[in-house]
Design a protein around this ligand. Sequence first.
Ligand code: SF4
Ligand code: SF4
Length: 358
Amino acid sequence: MADTVNTTLDPQLNRRGFLKGITMAAAALGMSDAVIPKMVEAAASGERPRVIWLHFQECTGCTESLLRSSHPDLARLILDIISLDYHETVMAAAGHQAEHNLHDTVQNHPFILVVEGAIPTKENGIHCMIAGKTAMEILAEVAPKASAIIAIGTCATYGGVQAAAPNPTGAVGVQELVDKPVVNISGCPPNPVSFLGTILHYLTFNRLPELDKLGRPKFAYGRRIHDHCERRAHFDEGRFVEQFGDEFHKLGYCLYKVGCKGPETFSNCPAVRFNDVDVWPVSVGHGCIGCTEPNFWDTMTPFYERLPQVKIPGTGIVADADSIGKKVIGVTAAAVGVHAAVGIGKGLIKGKGGSDEA
Ligand code: SF4
Ligand code: SF4
């Protein structure tokens, strides 16, 4: 296996970086260490799947996040285990050569389709045109021939900011327009490890990972942020930041009252974190804005106002953080101070309208 790894891969991607990336992806997938050799073998087999990466209505932030992360081995690993035949941002080809590459892959080879960006549907899709064709037309040409389809980022999965009310261009996610299963790797941007894990799962097991009811891989979106947040104990005990910069903010209390949407958001951010420096928004003092959820620009705004209600499982109580605080004060203020609490809501907090199975 060592020889295969060392001779197949980009020389800039050393064996240590390669194994680190695979191990990160395996951990994100919830795989045991026993599976890592199989994943390594699949990734280093030299049979790199061809990938067509289409850009539609978006800011290219997902590509930037994926390829220019502070973890260069991760970007190299992704580029090394796939053959990126067409990607408008990073490919060297332009004009007719680029179009030739696209059509050659679509017509003559199996490929994975990755879509970044929403697809506008109003006025026959004229709000996004590339090489004289609308995004709708390009998707209709390419998607039916893809062996797998991955929508990356919240724009491609659910329409993103383009689809925010009043959605002037009629923007939708990929799954609204194709008849095949679509893997939705949502987020603004999504964590590169979730994309890498999906690709490695496909390479290793020859099938896509299990998806939730919104088309997201369960390995990455199967848990509510709130349920594995390091500030959760503060929430349960009624200790909240009242405004950014106050003494409770400095103490690392829960960010629910300043707008954290973690109780209604499903993602692996607290576990996988970002940029190889072991941080995520909540760990550095900013609430989650719910970017992995459909229509979050409409449903999670204003970003700095609290969610109107939370459910406390096992109690039937529906309460906002203020009423939790009042109950808390009545019981335990003398012992632990105005922002401390007995363990009301010790169980898992569930957001409105969600389901446990995500
Ligand atoms: S509300 Fe936000 S900061 Fe507070 S525990 Fe939940 S996810 Fe963490
Ligand atoms: S913490 Fe929330 S807003 Fe930030 S990336 Fe994760 S899901 Fe998106």
